[in-house]
Ligand binder design. Structure first.
Ligand SMILES: NC(=O)c1ccc[n+]([C@@H]2O[C@H](COP(=O)([O-])OP(=O)(O)OC[C@H]3O[C@@H](n4cnc5c(N)ncnc54)[C@H](OP(=O)(O)O)[C@@H]3O)[C@@H](O)[C@H]2O)c1
Length: 279
C-alpha cells in the first residue's frame, strides 16, 4: 500500500502559483474574498487555512464575516458588492451555510467570472459540457493527485460515493472526462457493496466517520477519502484507514490527503480567474 501524499503535492502547486504570480503580476496581485457566515467552527478553520495559503502565494485576501442570522437578501447584497469591486478577482462562499439560507441561490449570485469554486449553474454547465478552464477545487485536487502518482485513469471503473455538486458530482464528471466508467452512489443506493466491490477506484465523500471498511473493497483498490469528520477534537475520514490499509494499492490519509489539495487548487483557481480578467 502506498500513501497518496496530498500535503507535498499541495506545496508544489502553491509554489507554482507563487512563481507565476511573481512573473505575471507586477503591481496588482490577484485577490480572493472569502465570505463566511458565523456559527460553524470547522468553516472558520478552513477559511483561516485558505487565508494562510493566500499569504504564502502572494494573493491578496479579504474575509467578509457575516452574522449567523443574516437574511438571504443581505447575504446576496454582500455578494453583489464583491461582484462590483474591482479589487476582488475571486469570490468564495464558505459552505455549509446555516439552514435558513439557500446556498444554491447565493452561489448563483456570484458572477461566473469570480466564482472561484466553479459552483454556479453557469460554470457547472460549462464543466459538464467539457468546456471549462477550471473545476471545483476538491475534484481538481483528486485528479491532480492521481496524475502525480502516474496512476492511469483510462478505462478504470470508478465508484464515487456522495453526489454533492461540491465533491461527488464534480469529481465524477472529471473522471468521466478522463475516460473512466463512473458510477455515482448515494444514501438511497441499494447494496452499495455490489458497486464498490467492482471498483478500481473508490472516492468516498459522505461525511460519515470510518464508514468504509475492508468488506466494501476488492484487493488493490485505489481509495480516495474526502471525508472530514471531527469527533472529540480528532479528525477522521470516511474510511476506516487501519482496517483497509492492507487491501488497498493506494490510499489518501486524513488529514494530509485531499484537504490540503483543496486549498492549493483554490489558489490555482484564483490565479486562473485573475489571469482571465486581465485579458
Ligand atoms: N477534504 C476536503 O477538502 C473536503 C472538501 C469538501 C467536503 N469535504 C468533506 O467531504 C464529506 C462530504 O462533503 P459534501 O459537501 O459532499 O457533503 P454533503 O453535501 O452532505 O453530501 C453527502 C453525500 O453523501 C451521501 N451519503 C450520506 N450517507 C451515505 C451513505 N450511508 N451511503 C451512501 N451515500 C451516503 C449523501 O446522499 P444523498 O444525496 O442521498 O443525501 C450525499 O450525496 C464531508 O465530510 C465534508 O466535510 C472535504
Amino acid at each position: 500500500m502506498e500513501i497518496l501524499d496530498g500535503r507535498s503535492l499541495s506545496l508544489q502547486i502553491k509554489e507554482e502559483v507563487k512563481e507565476k504570480i511573481k512573473k505575471e503580476f507586477l503591481d496588482k496581485k490577484p485577490s480572493l474574498a472569502c465570505i463566511i457566515v458565523e456559527g460553524n467552527k470547522a468553516s472558520e478553520i478552513y477559511v483561516s487555512s485558505k487565508i494562510k495559503a493566500c499569504d504564502y502565494c502572494n494573493i491578496n485576501s479579504r474575509v467578509v464575516k457575516l452574522p449567523q442570522m443574516i437574511s438571504q437578501q443581505d447575504l446576496e447584497n454582500e455578494i453583489e458588492k464583491l461582484n462590483c469591486d474591482d479589487d476582488i478577482n475571486a469570490i468564495l462562499l464558505q459552505l455549509p451555510l446555516p439552514e435558513h439560507l439557500n446556498s444554491a441561490e447565493a452561489i448563483n449570485k456570484i458572477i461566473p467570472q469570480k466564482d472561484v469554486d466553479c459552483l454556479s449553474d453557469f460554470n457547472l454547465g460549462r464543466l459538464f459540457s467539457g468546456n471549462s478552464s477550471f473545476a471545483p477545487c476538491t475534484a481538481t485536487g483528486i485528479i491532480k493527485l492521481l496524475d502525480k502518482y502516474k496512476i492511469s485513469l483510462q478505462g478504470k471503473n470508478v465508484v464515487v460515493i456522495g453526489r454533492s455538486l461540491l465533491v461527488g458530482k464534480s469529481v465524477a464528471c472529471l473522471f468521466e472526462q478522463r475516460d473512466c466508467t463512473v458510477t455515482i452512489c448515494h444514501s438511497k443506493t441499494k447494496n452499495l457493496k455490489d458497486y464498490t466491490l467492482n471498483a478500481d477506484i473508490v472516492v468516498v465523500a459522505i461525511g460519515k466517520a470510518r464508514f468504509i471498511t475492508q468488506d466494501y473493497l476488492k484487493k488493490d483498490t485505489i481509495l480516495i477519502d474526502v471525508g472530514i469528520n471531527r469527533i472529540d477534537g480528532k479528525i477522521y475520514g470516511d474510511v476506516d484507514f487501519e482496517n483497509v490499509k492492507d487491501i488497498c494499492s493506494y490510499i489518501t490519509p486524513v488529514p494530509g490527503g485531499v484537504g490540503p489539495l483543496t486549498v492549493a487548487c483554490l489558489m490555482e483557481n484564483t490565479l486562473t480567474l485573475s489571469l482571465q480578467q486581465m485579458m
